[in-house]
Design a protein around this ligand. Structure first.
Ligand code: AMP
Ligand code: GLY
Length: 428
């Protein structure tokens, strides 16, 4: 089967790497891809938001399945356009993708489905948001309601900071149109976890192994939020008991709610959760694989990913068994200096091959490109250096050993990825 994968991040390199292992795969195309995906298939120079171009390409190349990685083309309705042409596509419809693209809709769906989340209010006007924030004396979280590449959330311990954040988002539009509406939420306390599940429409939900992201730029979870600076799987904070609670009280009700809303859900559903003392609460839903969570999760998946994608599309996920490597995996993101603010591009990257000679290490590319024969930086998050080990401490050590073999000017990474999991494992 010919497959077209849409996207260009670390997540897409991980998906491409895994699809390449499928016996059913004939040709793999990645639009637009990065220097890493080029090792797994053929990159095509079509932007992930050029919906017409993507549909035309799929028709021309007799693509049997299109896998849509990022949220933008999903929320713009790429899957709907492909299906209208009779082309199978993995991912939710444009209407269902609003569960991520519109945080106001998402809050409404959570409320209608009795899914536990932070108390929150939605505002269309800055003056009303300001008055509301000023009236509170608890820490607040200020969120642009639209898509902002994972950066549209500002956690504020003081109401005065909340007002400044609201002004930046709604008035200064630092996240563009994503800030037309604002969600103001109570700040929740606890440890975070990412739970991703395959959902085939109405019948079956298969939860993947748990994982944990590291959103802030600095060690010890300090500084501004990023798209994610590292991840590990599994997340010890999600015990088996909690996992079944999350399935029962979060995934099943939201999938049912989406059906009742006549926006049935198909694809990967990602619940970003806070494990509070009162139980798991949803911070956000994403309508796709997480980045960088996908890198350690797919490194542990033993089943044929193409089979899983096709089963989701055909509504027969119950015929599939997900098999996992029990060993933990850790992914450390190497970023361009300055990210999540401004950063330079075009820096030559050296040492990837040397890093990959280490056992159970895979370097997933994110913001990379070719400049002649050389691989150069081309984005904020550049590489996801991922390793497995018998313990999470071993996986971490291996991942950093690999990181230390890679160089590019201005390279930055957190040094504490997976420490929470190691502490949890030491305690148990
Ligand atoms: P989101 O994109 O909504 O998941 O938010 C990004 C990050 O902001 C999350 O991963 C959390 O670290 C933080 N965050 C979001 N909402 C809350 C909340 N209500 N309480 C505490 N932290 C939050
Ligand atoms: N790692 C967070 C996300 O993919 O949104």
């Amino acid at each position: 089967m010919n497959v077209l994968l849409v996207g260009s991040g670390g997540r897409e390199h991980a998906i491409a790497w895994k699809l390449k292992q499928s016996k059913k795969l004939k040709n793999l195309y990645i639009a637009p891809g990065n220097a890493g995906t080029a090792q797994c298939g053929k990159n095509v120079d079509i932007s992930d938001t050029d919906l017409r171009g993507l549909v035309q390409f799929a028709k021309d190349k007799e693509i049997g399945l299109v896998v849509v990685g990022p949220e933008d083309p999903l929320s713009m309705g790429l899957v709907d356009l492909l299906e209208a042409e009779g082309i199978k596509a993995f991912g939710p419809s444009g209407a269902a993708a609003q569960l991520e693209a519109d945080k106001a809709f998402s809050k409404l769906m959570m409320r209608a489905s009795s899914v536990s989340t932070a108390e929150g209010r939605v505002f269309d006007r800055y003056d009303e948001a300001k008055a509301y924030i000023a009236s509170r004396d608890e820490p607040v979280v200020i969120k642009a309601a639209g898509l902002a590449k994972g950066k549209g959330v500002i956690v504020c311990d003081e109401p005065s900071d909340g007002i400044i954040a609201a002004e930046k988002i709604m008035v200064d539009r630092i996240f563009g149109d994503a800030g037309r509406q604002l969600v103001v939420e109570d700040k929740l306390l606890g440890e975070e976890a990412s739970i991703l599940a395959f959902v085939d429409g109405s019948k079956t939900i298969y939860v993947m192994e748990s994982s944990q992201d590291h959103k802030p730029i600095g060690d010890g979870d300090t500084g501004p939020n990023t798209g994610g600076m590292g991840a590990y799987s599994p997340a010890p904070v999600v015990t088996d008991k909690l996992m079944s609670k999350i399935n029962r009280e979060v995934l099943v009700p939201i999938v049912d709610g989406m059906n009742r809303n006549e926006t049935p859900y198909r694809g990967v559903l990602y619940a970003g959760l806070m494990m509070t003392s009162g139980g798991p609460r949803v911070l956000e839903f994403n309508v796709r694989f997480g980045d960088p969570e996908t890198q350690p999760i797919l490194m542990r998946l033993k089943s044929d990913l193409l089979d899983v994608f096709l089963a989701v599309c055909d509504g027969r996920l119950d015929e599939i068994t997900l098999i996992w490597d029990p060993r933990p995996a850790v992914c450390v993101v190497m970023a361009s200096g300055g990210y999540p603010g401004d950063y330079a591009k075009g820096k030559v990257i050296k040492g990837i091959a040397e890093a990959e000679t280490l056992e159970d290490v895979k370097v997933f590319h994110a913001g990379t490109a070719f400049s002649g024969d050389q691989v150069v930086t081309n984005g904020g998050r550049v590489l996801g250096v991922t390793a497995m080990g018998d313990t999470v401490a071993e996986a971490k050590q291996r991942a950093y050993e690999a990181v230390d073999r890679i160089q590019f000017e201005g390279a930055y990474c957190r040094r504490d990825i997976a420490d929470k999991a190691i502490r949890a494992q030491t305690r148990s």
